[in-house]
Design a protein. Sequence first.
Lengths: 115, 109
Amino acid sequence: GAVVSQHPSWVICKSGTSVKIECRSLDFQATTMFWYRQFPKQSLMLMATSNEGSKATYEQGVEKDKFLINHASLTLSTLTVTSAHPEDSSFYICSAISGANTEAFFGQGTRLTVV
Amino acid sequence: DAKTTQPPSMDCAEGRAANLPCNHSTISGNEYVYWYRQIHSQGPQYIIHGLKNNETNEMASLIITEDRKSSTLILPHATLRDTAVYYCIGTGTASKLTFGTGTRLQVTL
């Protein structure tokens, strides 16, 4: 299957700082990427949909000014958590689809800890 | 996405078949049944999907009832590496997935 890579795999940051997470499709062009968040012992919750060259679409309750998404190319989307707080500590996961849209491929996830 | 119901947990002995059920009684005619699994602290992994017919690939088999109200994912020879949370999703699009609580499969020696 296609490969989606996230970087970093884990990050620790101080409260009030910003942290950027990258999601790359390594062997295909991703027209659309999705960002999910998963708290411990819970399921994945969709945060936003990111289309190359256009603004991201955020799910209800997700602050677009806090979670900045940029999808500048067909192989890269970034999620920036701005002014991070301890409650933003979570497992962030991206997925990507090509134009064929047969299945979504997921990155390995990024564990963010805000101290 | 269609509402799906799965048992919260199941156990399976290594080497035996693991049969994971999923109810999706409200699934519409154009919605597929997708199965993903998530091994601890990793991203979800695609397993298989189907619309009406039974499907098989190198990982698993998917049996969909004729009325499409339920399905079963079959891992023919479970190994310890198959221990994971398995998600059944009914959706018309493979991209924007809504994950439920899934079934936590524990494979034991």
